[in-house]
Design a protein around this ligand. Structure first.
Ligand code: ADP
Length: 153
């Protein structure tokens, strides 16, 4: 079985992530969306909320799993016996950043990173922009799947 993990913060899940995961399940038998937990980082959404947003968005897609992990992504890959890391690319800045991480990961473990180019219509979407829109009371709903909603709104 060909398995991949799609690691990130998903604070929150966006239509950009959603597109990459949807296309990832066409390439792999299983895609584990892996939420990296960094104790030093402040998140807008709790881990539980971020997990629920993804689980609900893919409720009808049994090939998508959601987990959280701490530590190095390659160590987590070994732990769950996964040989591929899935990542999305939006622009040259993403490429440079991702290249350094992918090379480092290859030094650490025999794990391949597979890149999918963002869909044109979601190429401008980033979780940080969604958080900014939310903080400023803008309509964030066009940028995220339906499962991503702020409580009491
Ligand atoms: P980070 O790892 O910086 O917390 P995210 O959680 O936002 O990043 O993203 C996880 C993965 O999703 C990364 O590979 C990132 O490039 C990708 N990604 C984020 N937004 C988009 C988008 N709009 N289109 C395609 N890929 C995206």
């Amino acid at each position: 079985m060909k398995k991949a993990i799609f690691p990130g913060s998903f604070d929150p899940l966006t239509l950009g992530h959603y597109d990459i995961i949807k296309r990832g399940v066409k390439l792999f038998d299983e895609v584990t969306v892996a939420i990296g937990v960094n104790a030093a980082k402040k998140y807008m959404f709790s881990l539980q909320e971020r997990i629920e947003f993804i689980e609900q968005a893919f409720a009808n897609e049994p090939k998508v799993k959601v987990v959280s992990y701490k530590g190095l992504t390659v160590d987590f890959c070994k732990k769950i016996n996964t040989k591929f890391i899935l990542r999305g690319l939006r622009n040259p800045a993403d490429f440079e950043f991702e290249k350094a991480i992918a090379h480092t990961n290859r030094d650490l473990a025999p794990i391949e990173t597979v890149f999918l180019l963002t869909a044109a219509k979601t190429s401008y979407i980033a979780s940080s922009i969604v958080r900014d829109v939310i903080r400023n009371n803008g309509d964030y709903t066009k940028l995220v799947p339906k499962s991503v909603r702020i409580k009491n709104t």
